[in-house]
Design a protein around this ligand. Structure first.
Ligand code: F6P
Length: 340
């Protein structure tokens, strides 16, 4: 059996660990062969692949990024995109495909599965926002980076008696801001799921400064003020219709500074959250997902995604995976305990 492997969408630490696991398990346990598809769905359309063996994946466990490359190419938005992917699949001589991605990449996988392609999904995204799995590959490393940044901001905030605002990724879901913020000891956390009231935020900061001289605010890039709109960079959209976000921290810096009179500074963590060596937790999750994906392929089970449920690896239909999983009240209520 010959399996193609692709990685699509925004990269994250742990992709290489997942690729390695699929290949090592597939070769050793099931005698499979592998083709690495370059740059996500772009490589499927262009039949752009290369042979991957045990040697190719040797030493990549600890490396961030993806040895396969990634893109945000969306065949479902192209004329004959589905046919082109199937053509590419046949040209590459594949029997099945492992797609490692977030909601966009796996959304395409779900569409391709409906068109008859044998595909298995592995969930990854630093955003941790895929329904059907409690964790995605990349999230653990991202929040560990966020916590490191908050720790650093704490010391300089304290020295200069400032309000420090840290903007993190999270377009529709505030998992990075909420869990990173809780673990880093943030004083205010603003997320897309909970439109915020700027007056209330400023009131809370002023009250805090009656006993403390600094404040750490963590804000997700997709957070919005009540009645306001999301902060976008330049209005450009990718092939999945997403605008580039970023800059809400700069807006907050001005508003909070003017309204409270405290010195305020903003930092945007950006793609630093997507880089670096994966944490042990991400390596383990990617490895478990990869080994399971190879097993499922050997059992001819397709149209599904591997997922984490109650610390067990299970499978769910690809269709159920591609909806957003947002931060629920149980998490935000924990975060709020530490506000102010
Ligand atoms: O989808 C993951 C993500 O990191 C989002 O949190 C963020 O909005 C987006 O990717 C940024 O993508 P790009 O690589 O196109 O800048």
């Amino acid at each position: 059996m010959k399996l193609g492997i692709l990685t699509g969408g925004g990269d994250c630490p742990g992709l290489n660990a997942a690729i390695r696991a699929v290949v090592r398990a597939g070769e050793k346990k099931y005698g499979m062969e592998f083709t690495g598809v370059r740059d996500g769905w772009r490589g499927m359309i262009d039949a752009d692949g290369f042979e991957i063996t045990h040697d190719t994946v040797s030493g990549i466990l600890v490396k961030g990024g993806t040895i396969l490359g990634s893109s945000r190419t969306n065949p479902l938005k192209m004329d004959d995109g589905i046919e082109k992917v199937i053509e590419g699949f046949n040209k590459l001589g594949l029997d099945a495909l492992i797609a490692i991605g977030g909601d966009d990449t796996l959304g395409v996988a779900a569409g391709m599965a409906k068109a008859g392609l044998k595909v298995i999904g592995i969930p990854k995204t630093i955003d941790n926002d895929l329904l059907g799995t409690e964790r995605t590959v990349g999230f653990s490393t991202a929040i560990s980076t966020v916590v490191g940044a908050i720790d650093r901001l704490h010391s300089t905030a304290e020295s200069h008696h400032r309000v420090m605002i840290l903007e993190v990724m999270g377009r529709h879901a505030g998992w990075i801001a909420t869990l990173g913020g809780i673990a880093g000891g943030a004083d205010v956390i603003l997320i897309p799921e909970k439109p915020f009231n700027l007056d209330e935020v400023c009131k809370l900061i002023k009250k805090r400064h009656e006993r403390k001289s600094f404040t750490i605010v963590v804000v997700a890039e997709g957070a919005v003020p009540e009645g306001g709109s999301i902060t976008t960079k330049d209005g450009r959209k990718d092939a999945f219709g997403h605008e580039t976000l970023g800059g809400v921290a700069n807006w907050l810096k001005k508003e909070i500074g003017e309204r409270t009179g405290f010195q305020t500074r903003s930092s945007i963590l950006g793609h630093i959250q997507r880089g670096g060596s994966p944490t042990p937790e991400d390596r383990l999750l990617a490895t478990r997902f990869g080994v399971m994906a190879a097993k499922l392929a050997s059992m001819n089970q397709f149209g599904i995604m591997v997922a984490l449920h109650n610390d067990r690896i299970v499978t769910i239909p690809l269709d159920d995976a591609v909806k957003d999983r947002v931060v629920g009240d149980e998490w935000y209520e924990i975060a709020e305990v530490f506000f102010g």
